[in-house]
Design a binder for this molecule. Structure first.
Ligand SMILES: [Zn+2]
Length: 154
């Protein structure tokens, strides 16, 4: 093995900033220096051409507005990370409780409005009936007025 041109290092010699990825064909864990991003390299295990992923080039994740994402940095104490995740989970649960309470309140409000709508439609029917009789009275008054104008004997 004298070829040094396309050497893909094993996990044994990962350096800071290296891109870590798996071969899509054989699943071999590979690492390559960041300058290799986007390049086609032969897999160290199966020899197939594999494209080195470009870090942070994917579509951005949909923002999760209400639940803060715990920041997991290199070298973080795993215990602290678990605590951060627990806190985020507790916050998410609070959000869910709040949303459920809100939904319940909205359902009550909707039932209330439905009741008002029924009451109001009864009122509107009565108003329409009153207006109809008012129209009749007006029509009769106009006939009488017309008779007055033409000076017909009653
Ligand atoms: Zn492979």
């Amino acid at each position: 093995m004298s070829e040094e041109t396309q050497h893909v290092p094993d996990l044994t010699d990962i350096r800071e900033g290296d891109i870590l990825f798996d071969c899509p064909y054989c699943g071999k864990n590979m690492a390559i220096e960041s300058a290799g991003a986007g390049l086609m390299v032969p897999c160290a295990n199966c020899g197939k051409a594999v494209q080195v992923p470009i870090p942070d080039s994917g579509t951005p994740e949909a923002p999760v507005a209400t639940v803060p994402r715990p920041e997991i940095a290199d070298g973080d104490d795993p215990q602290a990370t678990i605590q951060q995740l627990d806190a985020a989970l507790a916050m998410a649960n609070q959000q869910i409780d709040r949303l459920l309470a809100e939904k319940e309140a909205l359902q009550e409000r909707r039932a209330f409005l439905e009741q008002i709508r029924i009451t109001n439609s009864t009122r509107l029917e009565r108003i329409a009936a009153e207006l109809a009789s008012l129209q009749d009275a007006l029509d009769r008054a106009l006939v009488l007025l017309a008779e007055v104008r033409t000076e017909k004997p009653a």
